[in-house]
Design a protein around this ligand. Structure first.
Ligand code: HOZ
Length: 431
């Protein structure tokens, strides 16, 4: 594949952006390749500046559940843009999207729109601290909840990819207020509460981890977190930025019958535009200014273009849920199991973790049930696999510690092409 134009664009970008990127994993450092520069995308495909075509399995890191440039979403954005791209004032579209969210997530009685997942989790934590009058937050190793100071403790995603799970620049005093425990281990949670019984404000969790790669909750784990937090008067914050509208219309809350105090959403809720949301029980949400003393604000919160894209995407999902989710499940199952079969045939150790249309192929014999397991993966083999797949027109997330996604635009042809590419990668030792 020719990448001449992408390489020139990378050289230019490196003069302007640290590492040539506006978000670190995009630099492709972890897979030892130069990142293609995207020019456009349609359905299941990305097209780069050199005219190469790729099957897209990262879907803008989650939002593109209906595929790229989905006509109803494009039309909604264009229609909204004709009436101006920002007001900084209330609109009916915000309430329309909020009603859709509340219908899918009954636990969300009230909510606030923000512009990113980072803002959503940061605000939810402020709220939990105010509601409980406590300071400590419990999170889980390898979970990533955006890049706010207090959450960059043993974090996943880019922090895990680059081996800096505790970022420089985060004061020790702040990091000390975050306890990072192993995921899928209720005994560790019980012990933390025993040691800090009246100091823990909240437990925040990715219900299905996406940011160490995809890791599933053990049976009873999420229900256990709910029971322990309730018993100790701490809030449970379920971070559904990745899983919301992805693993089910009502996300992990629906799939695992969970009733957290607060939920954070992002990605799909904005239909590919920058939207985050935090919401939950009215008694907590009403602590926000102007009703209460917890301050939070944003000029672009509830932005009309973002609300239009969110309404079009979530509206479509609501209307077609009965077809969309079984279709995503069937396509992802065929793909993920097909590639795993090719690995087994070639004698390569591979562990496939999947929930619906979100998955990871760990280059490890497994099982992968927490970050420590994920970290045992052969990241060099993952890098080789990624490079061969990319060269064959298949774009996977460029880190072992990120989840892959597919969309309703992916079908049998894409699955077959991907399995064939993987088969050749395994046979050629490109993994
Ligand atoms: N940390 C994001 C995925 N977990 C990556 C975002 C991006 O690079 O766009």
């Amino acid at each position: 594949m020719n990448h001449t134009r992408s390489q020139a664009l990378q050289t230019r970008a490196e003069r302007l952006f640290p590492g040539g990127v506006n978000s670190p994993v995009r630099a492709f450092t972890a897979v030892g390749a130069a990142p293609p520069f995207v020019e456009r995308a349609s359905g299941a495909y990305l097209y780069d500046a050199d005219g190469n075509r790729y099957i897209d399995y990262f879907g803008s890191w989650g939002p593109m559940i209906l595929g790229h440039a989905f006509p109803a979403v494009v039309e909604a954005i264009v229609r909204a843009a004709r009436d101006s791209s920002s007001f900084g004032a209330s609109t009916a579209a915000e309430s329309e999207l909020a009603e859709r969210v509340a219908a899918c997530f009954p636990v969300i009685e009230k909510m606030r729109f923000v512009s990113s997942g980072t803002e959503a989790t940061m605000s939810a934590i402020r709220l939990a601290r105010a509601a409980t009058g406590r300071k400590i937050i419990v999170k889980f190793e390898g979970c990533y909840h955006g890049h706010a100071d207090g959450l960059l403790v043993k974090a996943g995603s880019g922090a895990a990819t680059f081996g800096i799970p505790g970022s420089a620049g985060v004061p020790e005093e702040i990091a000390r207020l975050t306890l990072a425990l192993p995921y899928n281990d209720l005994v560790a949670v019980e012990s933390a509460f025993a040691a800090h019984s009246h100091a823990i404000a909240a437990v925040i969790v990715e219900p299905v981890v996406g940011n160490s790669g995809c890791i599933l909750p053990a049976p009873g784990y999420l229900a256990g977190l709910r029971k322990i937090t309730e018993r100790h008067g701490a809030l449970l914050i379920v971070d559904e930025v990745m899983t919301g509208f992805r693993i089910a219309l009502g996300g992990a809350c629906q799939l695992y019958s969970l009733e957290p105090d607060l939920v954070t959403l992002g990605k799909i809720v904005g239909g590919g535009l920058p939207v985050g949301l935090f919401g939950g029980k009215r008694c907590f949400m009403d602590l926000l200014t102007p009703l209460g003393p917890v301050y939070q604000a944003g000029t672009l919160s509830g932005n009309p273009l973002a609300m239009a894209a969110g309404n079009a995407t979530v509206g479509y999902l609501q209307q077609h849920a009965a077809e969309v989710y079984p279709q995503l499940e069937a396509t992802a199952k065929a793909l993920v199991e097909g590639v795993a079969r090719e690995a087994a045939r070639a004698g390569k150790p591979l562990t496939a973790n999947r929930v619906g249309s979100m998955w990871t192929w760990f280059f490890s014999p497994g099982p992968v049930t927490n970050y420590a397991d994920a970290a045992k993966s052969d990241t060099a083999a993952f890098g080789r696999f990624h490079r061969v797949m990319l060269d064959r027109g298949v774009w996977l997330p460029p880190s072992q510690f990120e989840a892959a996604f597919l969309s309703t635009a992916h079908g049998e042809a894409e699955v077959a092409e991907t399995i064939a590419a993987a088969s050749q990668a395994f046979e050629r030792g490109g993994e």
